[in-house]
Design a protein around this ligand. Structure first.
Ligand code: NAD
Length: 380
């Protein structure tokens, strides 16, 4: 069938198999052009089909030459419905890995569940013995524990917060007020996006003797500038990220080298859903592209793996790896803040890289990729 994008707000409900494959190939080519890395050889990536997790897997496989097992939560296509982008990305990744003799298997299931952990651990034991790196890159709206479903919220804590935002349905600037989360909502967000499940994975791997002593484990966080703090860093999601950091300390005491890497703000399926942040990202893209230091997920993750394999982690005072170093440069943030303060509907297009934002958005679903014939019939 001919596959066209169907965008509803910050979600695209279709994905293009050929476009997704080409986008994955482009990431692989980038890594290969940068050269080989040392380090991890047997890597488990939890949340491996999109965004930072997919790029981590590509950097591990094509940079370090690692065998990889990926865990994702995606839907297969059928009838006149396309699969999710993550499904096509994973198929493409496995195909390119196989063509270079790299081991790559994926488990499609709920990473929070015991069954999924067991299935993955059985696969590690039978195929790899032990893993030497675990990347935890889940971004999920909910987590089921027994009969209870915890739902994460994107709200402030304490007081309501008003600021500018962009309505992605019509690219219009408006004012938004984010209401504070209740204690129960904060707790649920920490359950979903905090470190509890990361720790459960490491505990399960250790109990099964499926992880090397001194293995590296990574989880991803975000801090960002003051203007997004009430929404993010100090919001309900920020509480979950604080819990992730505390968990990394606990995991270090359990004999793994656990790090939180603070990554750059980028267009992904998860970040598109956060109020205020997409407007910030569209300004950030413009400023960083003009300064020549803009990066996407794969550039960030290659640089992260480079740091890990060289051992030059440059940890901050809290022990975190700072891949947001270029985003947070004072000269970048000064220009971003200036644009933010003066932005209006009239100067919106000229003041932001909204086209770059949307290009990245469509590319996540395999659309707008060079060399793809979007009028052609494709197998979904
Ligand atoms: P994403 O939405 O692009 O990818 C999320 C991945 O998690 C997908 O592979 C998805 O299949 C998988 N997943 C979701 N629920 C799952 C489940 N129940 N079981 C198994 N897999 C599941 O997200 P992303 O933006 O790459 O985020 C990854 C991490 O990076 C998050 O911790 C996020 O907070 C962090 N981060 C993101 C940004 C950003 O700007 N996007 C910046 C810094 C840090």
């Amino acid at each position: 069938m001919v596959v066209q994008p169907k965008v509803r707000g910050f979600i695209c409900t279709t994905a293009h198999p050929v476009g997704c494959e080409k986008a994955v190939q482009k990431q692989i080519e980038y890594v290969k052009s940068k050269g080989k890395l040392g380090g991890a050889k047997k890597v488990l990536v939890i949340g491996s089909s999109a965004g930072y997790g997919l790029s981590s897997r590509i950097a591990a496989a094509f940079g370090c030459g690692a065998a990889t097992i990926g865990v994702m939560f995606d839907k297969e296509g059928g009838g006149n419905k396309t699969a999710t982008a993550g499904w096509y990305n994973t198929k493409a990744f496995e195909k390119f890995a196989a063509s270079e003799g790299l081991y790559a298997k994926s488990v499609n299931g709920d990473a929070y569940s015991d069954e999924c952990k067991k299935q993955v651990i059985d696969l590690i034991k039978s195929d790899l013995g032990k893993v030497d790196m675990v990347v935890y890159s889940l971004a999920a709206p909910r987590r089921q524990v027994g009969e209870t479903v915890y739902k994460s919220v994107l709200k402030t804590t304490g007081a309501p917060y008003s600021n500018k935002t962009i309505d992605l349905r019509n690219n219009s600037i408006s004012e938004i007020t984010i209401e504070p989360a209740t204690d129960e909502e904060i707790e649920a967000t920490v359950k979903v996006m905090g470190g509890e499940d990361w720790e459960a994975w490491i505990d399960a791997l250790k109990a099964a003797d499926a992880i090397e002593d001194n293995a590296v484990t990574l989880a991803y966080s975000y801090i960002g500038p003051k203007l997004t703090h009430p929404m993010y860093f100090e919001g309900s999601i920020g509480r979950a990220k604080a819990h992730l950091l505390e968990t990394s300390k606990k995991l270090n005491q359990k004999g793994v080298r656990a790090y939180v890497s603070v990554n750059k703000a980028l267009v992904t399926q998860s970040s598109s859903a956060i109020p205020i942040v997409p407007l910030y990202i569209s300004i950030l893209y413009k400023v960083m592209k003009e300064k020549g230091n803009h990066e996407g997920c794969i550039e960030q993750m290659y640089r992260l793996f480079e740091r890990i394999s060289s051992g030059e982690l440059n940890l901050d005072k809290d022990g975190q790896i700072r891949m947001d170093d270029w985003e947070m440069l004072p000269e970048i943030q000064a220009v971003v803040t200036d644009i933010w303060n003066n932005i209006s509907q009239e100067n919106f297009k000229a003041s932001t890289d909204i086209d770059g934002y949307w290009n990245d958005f469509y590319a996540m679903f395999g659309f707008g990729i060079d060399g793809v014939d979007y009028d052609a019939d494709v197998e979904v």
